[in-house]
Design a binder for this molecule. Sequence first.
Ligand code: NHR
Ligand code: GAR
Length: 193
Amino acid sequence: MKNIVILISGGGSNMAAIVKTAQQQDWAQRLGARVAAVISNKAEAKGLVFAREQGIATAVLDHQRFATREAFDAELMALIDPYQPALVVLAGFMRILTPGFVAHYAGRLVNIHPSLLPAFAGLHTHQRALDAGCKFAGVTVHQVTAELDLGPILDQAVVPVLPGDTAETLAARVLTQEHVIYPRAVAALLPRL
Ligand code: NHR
Ligand code: GAR
């Protein structure tokens, strides 16, 4: 069984999209995969409620309990490794990971970033796209490397920027496409892992 471990920090709608399509489109069974665990760095993350309802193992690791990023990442690895994951999926996970963590899961660590990379790596992507006058925005699924948001691109989707858009309306339009491409990218990657 290929275990998938998903890391979240908030709403977890991308995690839920992966879990739901795995059931509905039957790709998890076909690929011999399952979402084995959902781990959040925030106890109040809404996504944990959905994961628990689905009978998925959950854990919370509050980064504020740790003096250094290295110490947090070491404990995070200790939570993840018992699942021997084929794939670790960052889904709205908001903590930058250390080079040691990234190396440990090299080739099996992916992220979804709400911009058309390499444009707008980092935070506040939607406001930055609006400020730059972009006519199109979008989302990227990429392999995670030590260089923030600059690992090899696996999939992208484009949405128009519409007159009157705010960061919130644009984010919502992008999010609908995230839910399409992230499950697709995960399912496409799994046979190679
Ligand atoms: N870690 C590495 N090494 N490489 C990447 O490409 C990563 C990563 C960790 C997370 C997601 C990323 C995104 O898609 C991601 C990619 C958080 C921050 C950030 O600045 C930046 C990028 C991403 C996620 N986080 C602050 C920090 O100090 C905290 C911000 C907050 O808590 O709100 O870690 O955009
Ligand atoms: C998504 O838009 C994701 O692309 C973005 O946060 C949202 C999480 O939504 N990720 C980042 O900004 C990473 N820095 P979700 O929790 O509902 O999946």
